[in-house]
Design a binder for this molecule. Structure first.
Ligand SMILES: *Cc1c(COP(=O)(O)O)cnc(C)c1O
Length: 266
């Protein structure tokens, strides 16, 4: 009896190793740790949403500078939304990882890199960091896949010089891109929402409201009304996602609270 049990286990083990072997796999300990962190964040998100009477919030696991095996740890747990910041890193991860991952590009994007991004990743779910009409058009022309890429316009709500994004005060420029995205000229992109990175001072202040998130929500309301649409809001990171949900976020981007501190970018 005992021997037959062992034999079955052995067969199962070999089968699962065989089917999983093409993807980089984490150690058992690392997988357990990441799933625990992920579940704990997800619970906080769901508890906050419930308390606020809000429906489902998307959790994007930000895996930049972390190995593909870390992504597989959460993938094995059923997670599909992952966020990356660097074009080359995303291309190489996307090529070696499962094709049903829904990648979010959330990093600074140069016009010259739009081609690499749009051409090489069939399962690019969203680009959240569009900050000019030129980049928008470029991405639209190079996307050859059958899937439309969801677009979030990044808004610099804190007007900090080092931050990219549309200038919050330049409504004309924002509207120009929105009108392109909604026009029939735009073939391969879907306008999904607005994104912001809250300033550190706002996310660490004791004030009741985060003013960056408030500005993004106000802009959303303005655009929703003007164009009869209903935009999503991508706002909230490890430090400030609870407050972001309270202020209307529909998608949070969480890195270090799930994967731990990142190594420096070389
Ligand atoms: C790195 C990054 C995140 C995740 O930040 P954490 O503080 O590690 O959760 C979210 N959004 C953007 C745009 C990022 O660059």
């Amino acid at each position: 009896m005992l021997r037959r049990f062992d034999l079955n286990r052995l067969k199962f083990h070999r089968l699962s190793l065989h089917t999983m072997s093409t993807y980089p796999q984490p150690s058992f300990e690392r997988q357990s740790e990441l799933i625990k962190n992920y579940n704990s964040i997800l619970k906080t998100i769901n508890d906050t949403a419930t308390a606020e009477g809000r429906s489902k919030i998307t959790l994007v696991a930000v895996s930049k500078l972390k190995p593909s095996s870390d992504i597989m740890a959460l993938y094995n747990h059923g997670v599909r939304h992952f966020g990356e910041n660097y074009v080359q890193e995303l291309i190489s991860k996307a090529s070696e990882l499962p094709k049903d991952i829904q990648w979010h590009f959330i990093g600074g994007l140069q016009t010259g890199k739009c081609k690499d991004l749009g051409k090489n990743i069939d399962n690019l779910y969203a680009v959240e960091s569009i900050d000019s009409l030129k980049k928008c058009k470029k991405l639209d022309t190079v996307n050859q896949s059958n899937n439309k890429i969801n677009i979030f316009l990044q808004i610099n709500t804190s007007s900090e010089n080092q931050k990219s994004g549309y200038n919050f005060d330049n409504l004309d420029e924002i509207c120009e891109t929105v009108e392109y995205l909604l026009s029939s000229d735009c073939k391969s992109l879907a306008f999904k929402g607005l994104m912001t990175i809250g300033s550190l001072s706002e996310s660490t202040s004791d004030a009741e409201e985060n003013r960056d998130f408030k500005r993004l929500l106000e802009l959303k309301k303005q655009l929703d009304e003007k164009y009869s649409i209903c935009l999503e809001l991508s706002m909230g990171m490890s430090n400030d996602f609870i407050q972001a949900i309270k202020q209307g976020s529909t998608s949070v981007r969480i890195g270090s609270s799930i994967f731990g501190a990142r190594p420096p970018k070389v």
